[in-house]
Every structure is written in C-alpha cells, then in structure tokens.
Design a binder for this molecule. Structure first.
Ligand code: PRX
Length: 653
C-alpha cells in the first residue's frame, strides 16, 4: 500500500528483527512519539519463572507520564484542539460531533467531580455505561488523576456488577439511566439499584458504594432517585481546570475483569507506560492510521477492544473516530455501510460474528453503498472463518482493502499477531505474523518448542510492553494461570513462558492461524465466558444437582453454549425448567451468556478420579451420535451414561 508506515515485508522483517535483537534501540525509537514528563532509563525488568522469585513485569522504568495528557493536552498544545475526536452515532437517528477541545473540557470537569467525591490516585472507580461519549470521558478522567478504572460491560447483570464492584472495592459508580439497544430499552438504573442492594446485603463482601453518578440518557428508565446524582448537575458545578497527576511507569491504569477456566472472573491489571506505548503503537501500525483518517471500531468500551482501540490507542494518536451506541443490524442491516459512507470511514474494525451476521442478510446491503473510503478492515475476538473473511474482503473491501485479522487478548493489552496493511501478504483464516517485540513459541504436548510448520500450544517467550502485570489481589493465580502449563497427567511442562490459553498452527511461511482455546473457556460472539462461571450460575437453580457446560459450533456466533444439567430426583426437564435455567444465567451473569441449548443429564460422564469428560459432552453437543467418534472412552466410570445422554440430546432446547 503506497505510503503505509511499513510498506513491504523486507521492512517488516528488518523492524521485527530489530525489535527482538536491539529492544532498547527499537523501543527508544517508538517511545519518541509520546510525551514523557520524565524519560525512562531502563527498558524492562522481567521474571517469568516463579522458581526464581515472584513473576514480575516492569517496563520503561524511571519514567513519568500520563495517558490522558498524551490523549488530549498534547494534541491541543499542537494546535489540533478543533479536530474531531468523536463522531457519535446514537442507536437511532441522533448524532453529534465532539472536538478534542470539548472532550478535554469534559475530562477535566469530570476528573474534578471525581476528586470532589474523594477519589484520589490509586482509588478505583467502577464504570457501567452504554456507548455514550461520557464512557471514554470517564475513563480518561480517571487516568488524568491517577484513579484506576474498572469498566463493567453494560450487558452484565446486577449480580455480576456487584461482584466486580466488591472485588475491586470501587466506592464510586458511573452509570446511565437507560439506553435503547436496537428496539429494546435497557434499564441500567434498575440493574445498578439491584447491585447496590446485593452489596448492602452481602456481609462477607463488606463493601458498599458511596456514590452513584448517573448520565441521563433515556428517561424512559424512570426518574432518578435519592441515591442517584445526575452527571450534568455535577459537571455544571465543576471547574474545567484539572492538573495532571504524573504517574510512574508501573502505576495501575485499569482493571478489567475477564473469564478464566476456573473460579470467578479475574481482574486483569494494566499499568501506565507499557500499556500506553503498546496500545498506541499497535493502533498506528496495524490500522496504518494517518492524520485525517476516520477510524471506526464497533466494540464496546466494556471489553478490552474498546479500551485499547477506542479510548486509548486512537486518542493517543489524535485520531478522529466514530463512536457507535447502536447495533450493526438496527434499524436495517445497512446501518454500518451507511455510517461508513456518512463519515468516509477509512478503517473499520469489528468482530467475525458481526461479519457473519451481516453476511446472512446478503451482499446487496454493502453493495448498495460506495464504501470507497475504506482502506483497512479489521477483525477481532474470535477466529474468522475463510468464508466470512472472503465475503468481508470482496463485498465490503471490494478487493481493495487490507484485511487485518488481529489476534490478542485482554491480558495482552493490544495486538500480538496481525497483518500490517500494505506489508503482509494475506491468507484467509490466518492472523499472519507477530507484531514487533512479540516472540511466539509453539509447544508440543511435552512442552517442547517446535520449529517450522507445526501445531500446538501458543505461548510467548518474552515480555512485551502491553502485557498484563497481574490479577488484582491474587499473585498466585496470576502465576499459575499464565506462567505454568500442565499436561493431562498434571505434570508441569512449561514455567518460563506466557501461556496464552490458545492453540495454533504455523504454516511453512511462518504464518499463524489461531485454532481456539485449550482451556474451558467458550468464545460466544467474541465474548469470552468461563464454563466454571456458567456452571456455578446454573447450580443456583433450586433443583439443579450438577451442571456441565461446553461450547458447540454456531454459524453466526462462532460458538454457542450447551448445558447438561442433572436435576433432583423426581424433577423433569420440561420447557419451563429449561426456561428457568436460562433465566438463572441471565440474572447471575447477563443475557449474552444464556445457554443456547439445555439438555437433561441423568448423570455426567466422569473418570474414576471424578473429572467430567468434557470431550464426550462436546461431541454430543456438536450433534455426533456415533460413539466410535467419541475417542477413548475406556476411563468412564459408567459407559451406559453415554446412551442415555444421546437419547436426552434429542430434547435439548
Ligand atoms: O481465543 C482467543 C480469541 O479471544 C480470546 C481473547 O478474548 P478476550 O480477552 O475477551 O479478548 C478479545 C479481544 C482481543 C483469545 O484467547 N481471539 C481473539 N482474537 C482472535 C481470537 N481467536 C482467533 N483469531 C483472532 N483474531
């Protein structure tokens, strides 16, 4: 691509080699793009191996900086304050543009509001908002004064919200009254009030909210009550002058809860300098963002994609972006294409689920629009199947766009394996090559690193600036989850690499294709959901004895949720019980996690040591009926269970 930051593979290879061989020089060059109150003196100090001391990751030591300063003040001082930061598009026909000057003023005022609530450096603020401009504003206001934000996706239930607020000990919660999602009103106030009640009643959590600040977005959610403080009223009384808190490199920036294979969601911790450099550098190179471009990421700021590629990466680059409150299919399946033409969007970043869903309506929708401003089409969150990749490239990109299948995780802070537009020749289904500084290693079942074309566990050999620094309040879980890999016989096969939890394949050209999780995490429409969380939610149903959950292939969502539930003696799996079980998950986690199918399990298939044989359940969920395709079933305690499960699978719903 003419004029791209990296315009061919020779240049990519040279930069990539330098990033590994001379990291000080490489990151020295890259970090020139930022404002540092004090420059770093030591690039990093890292220990991945727990036998040599606590796992610890530090980058850009000795520096002082601030992400909000880099995202706002720096651009305004450079005379770019009148540039558009956000073209906000509402769920229906509302829209509004916000300049960098306007966002700066809102951020400073809200930072002062937070201070007036007693928030100071190191305190946590919970944010539970829809995609209104106040969401990135609240995040940047926290960053400005050194408060740690913990954004909870607006689709989570009251229980899930309460447990996250209690875990991170947030005393202030920022929310909205209500919001329309397509044609449905989501009453956030009701959810927040329920979460507040749950917290007050939970003696064990021993935590309560002092302040609930409410953005008045949709009055249909009902009037504000005594415990709610209107955002506008607080902002009206706040000064627009708020000095920046200069942060040390490893001062916490945010917590973001994500699902793992066991236990409750974990608060992934990202810190200041490394995350800033990683989110902004990956944004610039992976989207080939150039001044004047208009970029649009359809993610919600409640997930890591919205953190790194709406609030931080683009803003630090001074980008102009679309901020979208709605859903891609409302009011028609042409919504995205209309917005792209309206703002002449150059980079569009979405999830394979959205592509597959739009694809199902037919190519006449994208074909009916010009879309000629598009240069880069990004994909994130789950594997993109070659069919969807080709449709995206042909009907949206008109064969003229670079398709960026970006592989990364909440924990990685930003892109890890991804094409660079203009440089990387593409292959459908491949996330292609590692970004600068990323050194993947594929391990075999014995933990041995493999060469050349191969398949196995995807690990990363050395630290990169955007890597998570810990799990909030749980160093042991952090070390066990990300730095120790065990085989089926529970022997440790790796202890000095970052374990991604994904499997992958590498071809003869050194291209990576991510094939899916190796742990019990399900990826539904790009949303990561732990089976353990789902099972613990289902077990809240009063007549549930035991539940096991697996994923099964779904044409739009990628994976869908299938639950096997054992009920108390004498209870039948009627359609009402199936509905009630789904409702339990909605209220414990959120509607997006409700199982797609539930079937009765007289018992669960287990090994003699009591381990659930999920492999068998996955086959049944995928519709396999021939037991010879189930693999080795010799370790099952009671083989007759398989026939009973297959019989009951006919009534799954
Ligand atoms: O399994 C991988 C999948 O999503 C997981 C990370 O989920 P989360 O932390 O919620 O972050 C999602 C947004 C970055 C990964 O472990 N995943 C993400 N991107 C891809 C992917 N799988 C295949 N291809 C991708 N491009």
């Amino acid at each position: 691509m003419a004029g791209a930051y990296v315009s061919n593979m020779a240049q990519y290879n040279k930069m990539y080699r330098q990033s590994l061989d001379e990291p000080e020089k490489f990151w020295g060059m890259m970090s020139k793009d930022f404002y540092w109150k004090e420059m770093w003196h030591t690039l990093n100090e890292v220990n991945f191996d727990y036998t040599k001391g606590p796992v610890s990751i530090k980058w850009f030591l000795g520096s002082k900086t601030n992400l909000a300063y880099n995202a706002l003040d720096r651009h305004i001082e450079a005379g770019k304050g009148d540039n558009i930061a956000f073209y906000w598009e509402g769920n229906d026909d509302e829209s509004r543009a916000y300049t960098y000057n306007e966002v700066y003023e809102m951020v400073c005022k809200f930072a002062n509001v937070l201070k007036s609530k007693g928030i100071k450096k190191g305190d946590t603020v919970a944010i539970y908002l829809p995609m209104v401009v106040e969401l990135p504003v609240a995040m940047l206001a926290c960053a400005r004064i050194g408060a740690v934000h913990s954004v909870v996706f607006g689709g989570f239930s009251a229980d899930a919200l309460a447990s996250r607020v209690a875990d991170c000990k947030a005393r202030v919660l920022v929310t909205a009254d209500g919001v329309m999602r397509a044609k449905k009103l989501v009453n956030l106030l009701d959810i927040v009030d329920n979460a507040d009640k749950i917290l007050k009643a939970d003696k064990e959590a021993n935590h309560k909210l002092d302040s609930i600040i409410v953005v008045e977005r949709n009055s249909k959610a009902g009037p504000l009550k005594e415990q709610h403080e209107p955002w506008n009223k607080l902002m009206a009384g706040a000064s627009a002058d708020c000095p920046v808190e200069w942060m040390d490199a490893e001062d916490p920036l945010f917590l973001l809860y994500t699902s793992g294979s066991t236990g409750k969601p974990k608060g992934v911790l990202h810190t200041t300098a490394g995350y800033m450099v990683w989110s902004a550098t990956t944004f610039k190179y992976v989207f080939d963002y150039r001044p004047g471009d208009v970029y649009w990421c359809t993610a919600d700021c409640g997930w890591i994609t919205g953190h790194s590629y709406i609030t931080y990466g683009p803003m630090i680059n001074g980008a102009t972006q679309v901020l979208f409150e709605g859903v891609p299919t409302h009011p028609t399946p042409a919504r995205c294409w209309e917005i792209i033409d309206k703002y002449k969007v150059n980079q569009f970043y979405t999830a394979p689920t959205a592509v597959r869903s739009l694809m199902s309506f037919g190519e006449q929708y994208p074909e009916g629009h010009s879309l000629k401003s598009l240069r880069v089409l990004g994909s994130v969150g789950e594997p993109i199947n070659p069919e969807a990749w080709r449709w995206y490239s042909k009907h949206v990109g008109r064969g003229q766009c670079s398709i960026s299948d970006t592989w990364w995780q909440t924990e990685t802070g930003g892109h890890m394996i991804t094409p660079l537009p203009g440089a990387t020749p593409q292959k459908p289904g491949f996330a292609t090559k590692p970004f600068f500084g990323v050194e993947p290693a594929i391990l075999d079942p014995d933990g041995k690193e493999q060469d050349g074309a191969c398949a196995g566990y995807l690990t990363i050999k050395r630290s990169w600036p955007g890597q998570l620094r810990g799990i909030y309040g749980d160093q042991e879980r952090f070390e066990k989850t990300y730095f120790q890999l065990f085989n089926g016989a529970n022997e440790m096969i790796s202890k000095d690499k970052y374990i991604t939890g994904d499997a992958c394949r590498r071809d003869k050209d050194g291209y990576y294709c991510i094939t899916g999780r190796i742990d019990d995490v399900i990826n539904v429409s790009g949303h990561r959901i732990g089976t353990a969380e789902l099972e613990s939610a289902l077990s809240q149903f009063e007549h549930c004895v035991e539940a096991a959950v697996v994923g099964f292939p779904h044409p739009i969502k990628g994976e869908a949720i299938y639950a096997f539930v054992t009920l108390e003696q004498g209870y039948e799996m009627t359609p009402e019980v199936q509905k009630a079980l789904k409702q339990v998950v909605r209220s414990e986690i959120g509607a997006f996690a409700a199982p797609d199918k539930i079937q009765f399990a007289p018992a669960l298939p287990k090994t003699r040591s009591g381990k659930i044989m999920r492999r068998i359940l996955r086959r049944i969920a995928a519709g396999v009926t021939d037991v010879s395709e189930f693999g080795d079933i010799s370790t099952i305690t009671d083989p007759s269970i398989i026939d009973e499960l297959l019989e009951n699978a006919k009534h799954a719903s």
